[in-house]
Design a binder for this molecule. Sequence first.
Ligand code: SF4
Length: 324
Amino acid sequence: MTQPILSVQELKKYFVVGHTGLLGKRTPVIVRAVDGVSFEIYPGETLGLVGESGSGKSTVAYTIVGMYKPTAGKIRFMDTEIGANDQRPKELKKAIQIVFQDPGSSLNPRQTIKQILEMPLRVHRKGGNRLEMVLHLLEIVGLPPETMYKYPRMLSGGEKQIVGIARALATEPSLVILDEPTSALDVSVQAKTINLLLQLQRQFNLSYLFITHDLSLMRNVANRVAIMYLGKICEVANTADFFQKPLHPYTQMLLSSIPVVSEEEEALRPKKVLSQGEIPSPVNIPTGCSFHTRCPFAMPHCSKVDPPFVDMGGGHLVRCHLYP
Ligand code: SF4
């Protein structure tokens, strides 16, 4: 069996966001942003990690790239267990790169595109002609050579994001974390950016962890999809199973409300699942199954017992008491 390129086991990331009580008896207020998340990513695969705002999906991404130190759990890249960024060998930092959501704020406005692309080359790649490398990076992402003399403010949002992608590729990574890479872009350039990401994946056998709140995007992009709710994954399946046989009530709720573009998709769409209320605060995560406050199928024990993952076959995992 193929070895995963990334293996995440029972990852937890908690934040102390304040204190309650009087001086001397202060109790920390803890946000359990990621609370026991496990998954693998295989070479050349795209895993879509989907969730609403506040589900913890970006915290998973930032913990994997080393921007946050895990509270608990293990992250393995190939054969090596990895910690926070300052403890990682240089080779590991090169191998895992990230593309951020907002291309405007992720590029230094005082640097030219040449300087921006040279930075990771200077830090991670020794020797070679850096000008040639910058020109090569621009060529593989389809930007004209003269782009290197421009500043970020002179580029469109789509071009800035493509520079962000080129910067991530500068270190020749194996795994790229895409944190909502198209959500800040105009609809007209979203498809172009997605096509570029898919083409680069084929060309360089990249693995992607694709973080998004846009479930419909995953249909044509991901090999497998994982759904996050309040810091936990509640369902994982390969993309075909996921869209044809969604099992978790939360997944069904999300799928029943996305737009469809064909009769075939309409036929597969689950019946409308109406949730009750808003997503609870991550400071006060409900006991038992954390979805029980919104679930139309909730049973008395759902609020008491957190369901374990059940394997429904073919790697389709679901965390819900409706399944044996
Ligand atoms: Fe709904 Fe209960 Fe399943 Fe949670 S465990 S999703 S509350 S049926």
